[in-house]
Design a protein around this ligand. Structure first.
Ligand code: DSN
Length: 415
């Protein structure tokens, strides 16, 4: 039982370097967060050793009493958090949760209506390079060209014309509030089921910082590591009548043994999410995004849809004369980590892009508030408006480091 640093110094060094990177840079990747020490302890625990195919009380292995406690707690806490009728906490990832959900309610070749990837949707909502686009007929919906917001009347027209079996609503780069009630009405008119993928906004939905899709959806999927601030993983919520189909679809349909250590960590995260502090955190995430967006607009950047209602914003680089790729590479050298992203009607390829995506979950977990968002917006502005000047990059890197030092992270961790 040697410590990692002795058993495998190369991996220990890589992990330590990653800890330092997370501590010393400003992370604005909208889909990332910092899990708590308790979540990471559970994620790294002995439950990783246990096979537990099946569900609590009905396993295919012996010795599952302790992991049953963890899975039952995860399910009950998650149900309470979202007001869901049924929860499956076993999906390993968001895409696997979506796959299990599709398999539960669709046949090969059925029609899914999902948001266009380039307009903010996700690969697993019907991209041709993903299993979803290969197994199902996909009818995409988009944002309006003038407002760059969801066009619910166009969605209704597409639904009437194509009669999808499933409407998928949810996004990975959409900065505005989604009206789940209207989507339900559209689905009811054409006899479709609704699946909301709230991977990005789950934390916001849990506390009322974004309207919840749970009352309006047959199925809700989410990852657990974004705004929800849990371990890497996912879950599926559904109405009681779909519970047997969803559970069968996860196991044995698309997964084998559940990751019981990850499920234990999900339970811890749901406990944290039920606290008043978590609620305040989510509202601060939204206030911080609003403050950052406001400052970028004051600095004459062009934002998709003109701003944000949630935890992220999309900044267009077209008027700046640079690509998303050059912007994110240069900002990383300046100690600010975010990602290039397609913007609606983007003329560039997905690897180059004409936009960047900025999110506030990580910086808010560090304790930063509106004042620091203004500083960060100004740092981004300084770099992007002087993109070829390495002295500017270096000066901002020092500024970013100083800001990180004011909001220390994981102070008790060594690895
Ligand atoms: N990769 C995630 C994101 O960054 O939004 C979505 O799966």
């Amino acid at each position: 039982m040697k410590p990692l640093s002795v058993e495998d110094p190369e991996i220990a060094a890589a992990i330590h370097a990653e800890l330092e990177r997370q501590r010393n840079t400003i992370i604005l990747i909208a889909s990332e967060n910092y899990a708590s020490r308790a979540v990471m302890e559970a994620q790294g625990c002995v439950m990783t050793n246990k096979y537990a195919e099946g569900y609590p009380g009905k396993r295919y292995y012996r010795g599952t009493g302790c992991v049953d406690i963890a899975e039952n707690l995860a399910r009950e806490r998650c149900k309470k958090l979202f007001g869901a009728e049924h929860v499956n906490v076993q999906p390993h990832s968001g895409t696997q949760a979506n796959m299990a959900a599709y398999f539960a309610v669709l046949k090969h070749g059925d029609t899914i209506m999902g948001m266009n990837l380039a307009h903010g949707g996700h690969l697993s909502h019907g991209s041709p390079v993903n299993f979803s686009g290969r197994m199902y007929k996909i009818v995409p919906y988009s944002v309006r060209k003038d407002t760059e917001t969801l066009d619910y009347s166009e969605m209704a027209d597409i639904a009437r014309k194509n009669k999808p079996q499933l409407i998928v609503v949810g996004a990975s780069s959409y900065p505005r509030t989604i009206d789940f009630k209207v989507v339900r009405e559209i689905a009811d008119e054409v006899g479709a089921k609704v699946m909301a993928d709230i991977a990005h906004i789950a934390g916001l939905c849990a506390v009322g910082a974004h309207p919840s899709p749970v009352p309006y959806s047959d199925i809700v999927t989410t990852t657990t590591h974004k705004t929800l601030r849990g371990p890497r993983g996912a879950l599926i919520m559904c109405k009681e009548e779909l519970a047997p189909a969803i559970d069968r679809s996860v196991f044995p349909g698309t997964q084998g043994g559940p990751f019981m250590h990850a499920i234990a960590a999900k339970a811890v995260a749901f406990k944290e999410a039920l606290t008043p502090e978590f609620k305040e955190y989510q509202f601060q995430v939204v206030r911080n995004a609003a403050a950052l967006a406001k400052r970028l607009l004051e600095n004459n950047f062009d934002l998709v849809s003109g701003g944000t209602d949630n935890h992220l914003m999309m900044v267009k680089m077209i008027n700046e004369g640079i690509t998303g790729k050059v912007a994110d590479e240069t900002l990383e050298r300046a100690g600010i980590t975010l990602n290039k992203n397609m913007i609606p009607f983007d003329p560039a390829t997905p690897f180059v892009t004409s936009g960047i995506r900025i999110g506030t979950p990580c910086v808010t977990t560090r304790g930063m508030k509106e004042k620091q968002m203004v500083e960060i917006a100004d740092m981004i502005t300084t770099v992007l408006r002087d993109i070829k000047n390495e002295e500017t990059v270096s000066a901002v890197r020092s500024q970013a480091r100083a800001l990180c030092d004011q909001f220390p992270l994981y102070t008790d961790l060594t690895c």
